[in-house]
Design a binder for this molecule. Sequence first.
Ligand code: PEP
Ligand code: MG
Length: 767
Amino acid sequence: MDGSAARSAEGMHYRQTFLAFRQLLSRIRDVMAGAGDPETRLGRIVGIIAENMGAEVCSIYLRRAGEVLELFATRGLRQSAVHYTRLRIGEGLIGEIAATGRPLALAEAQHHPSFVFRPETGEEIYQSLMGVPIIGRGRVLGVLAVQNQDRRQYSDDEIEVLQTVAMVLAELVASGELVSRAELAPTEGIAVTPLRLEGVSLNAGLAIGTAVQHRPHITIRRIVADDSRIEHERLGKAVTDMHGSLDGILSHTEPARGHEYRDVLETYRMIAADVGWLRRIGDAIDSGLTAEAAVQKVANEIRARFHQVSDPVLRERVHDFEDLSNRLLQHLLGSLAENHELPEGVDAILIARNMGPAELLDYQPGRLKGLILEEGSFTAHVAIVARALDLPVLGQVRRALSRIETGDAVILDSQHAQAFVRPSDHIRQAFVANLELRNRQQAAYVAERDKPAVTRDGVRVQLNINAGLLVDLPHMAEFGADGVGLYRTEVPFMARTDLPDVESQRLLYARVLEYAAGKPVVFRTLDIGGDKVLQHWEHVVEENPAMGWRAIRVGLDRPALLRQQLRAMIRAAAGMDLRVMFPMVTDVAEFRFARRLFDQEIHRESRLGGPLPRTARVGAMLEVPALVLQLDALLAEADFISVGTNDLAQFLFASDRGSARTADRYDCLSPVFLDLLTDILRRCRRAGVSVSLCGEMAGRPVDAMALIGLGFRDLSLPPFAVGPVRTMVRSLTLGQLEAFMHDVHATRSSSVRGKLVAFARDHAITI
Ligand code: PEP
Ligand code: MG
């Protein structure tokens, strides 16, 4: 057969499949619209599917309370098994399809490791099986399966047809038209017992309120189209409307919320114009579906295909598509509200599987107090937007939607990665008191922002902030910080889908300097790699990413990237003081090389006649033990040093900083670590090189007290820690502490935290 003959045969087959498929859908529609009780109609539907697909068996299992799947209707298996055969989720092939949310097509089903035989069904004579999940509203509602006696190899087209039919059924099941909704699995946690749920803090904070489940409730009643042309027109109009409303959100974006926030929404709008996505919806309309059914079908396919993908960036893309599918459906069905309604007078805590940034913005901002997600990651767009809105977010909370009902009282303590659902009065009162205290304390810290961080005996300590988003910067003035001791440039990079060019970076850094209004800012070059994944960057999978191709290592291997960043910083700081430092330096030669790149960029700019910074200082982060051992050599070449205790402690103790299990095992306030810091301080002083410390420990008042006692005078900490640390400094008499720290070194225990807390208590130091 030549190429064109093959194509025309293919075309013929395609048309035949199409016709059969359209016929199947319209027959199902007739049954749905016809007479008869729900069970009888379900029985007819399985008959139609079996006939149309040339299968001897077609069965529908629906999910019931207690995590079981019950046989609800069958053609081909024994009728006595209906409502009798039950499988646990995960049990047998049907249970596996429900558990994974993915289709299975097996020519020899008995050979599959999950196969279990249920004699009451009489299914022993059927060799092959194809099953797909019935997915509705983001959950598996049941399983639709066909079986054949012969060894049959089901094609991808057949799987797709069965998935579309399952989608039609899903709408029926979820809407309660065929089977009363009360008969289906109710959500877990109906019991009113209090629960404590754990997750991952995506934005630390505390909120007390009432749960509101976020679920786009869209019921699609018309599945099969009368006229595909009209459906294409409807889709076209809905897409235009959706773009219009996204533009509306963008144009109302407050500039104060920063570039990253805007970038996220821009990216989102780009996805909305994705040609591949819209083409697939168009193809589904061509196959005979209405526009809304086509949107739903493509959304289901994307969800099923990426169900088990663990790559966080890819998962976020899937959520963006889901969010957009919902928006498109709302436009198609004309049910788009200006804002999602939140109950009046209620402090709402949203509970969602995941959501897109635009969906979050649909809620009235004033009534929304927090967010709990079943999924979500730190770099998720929704988390970035929530941070800009100052909403506490707890992510990765297992089965949150089935354990928290709308109306439940919730305490969201994302600072400690936990939430309390239906808390006892006792717990509630403790948190209400805590929240009031926090609010009062925060107000007091703001009121004290003009008081310098000076000890009782007159020693001034510099308190700078660690920042990464523009929204962090106003806190510098709010809490009266002395500057930005660490600006993590990778954070704004993480929020974007493309690599920003020199000019967009220049604009960003210029805004940081503008916010700082003359106060010093230390820009750290990109610390990507490890857990900090960029969407647009080659994603290297490594077994130990924290010790892998990360930070300056990437910059040295990709000098163009580093040079562009340095160029942008140099231009942004024209006429001002520029401070740049490199992360994860391990060898002095690495610093030397990076510094040379910086010098080259300065020369390049001066050759081009561009205005240069008034002064330029280049430093290194000290966070790898090998560099500590070369410190004297480094000090001969670096203008300043910043000790990154987060990484330094992780590498010194060989203890992953992200591991919850080892988090409390080794303490930065151990004589070993304090000795190391003392040695660093001594060497820096001897060389006359300034040293600061920017790890998280600087933000804990007791730790900060110890650091000051050792001799540190320059700390950089998270913005909300500035107030408590300043209060500690102002209540401290340094002379007494220095003598105490001297003795502490002699202690050979794994931590001196207890001793330091006792010292603070005995000397009325506020920690
Ligand atoms: C550190 O390692 O201490 C540090 C401040 O850098 P980061 O937390 O960004 O790795
Ligand atoms: Mg670090």
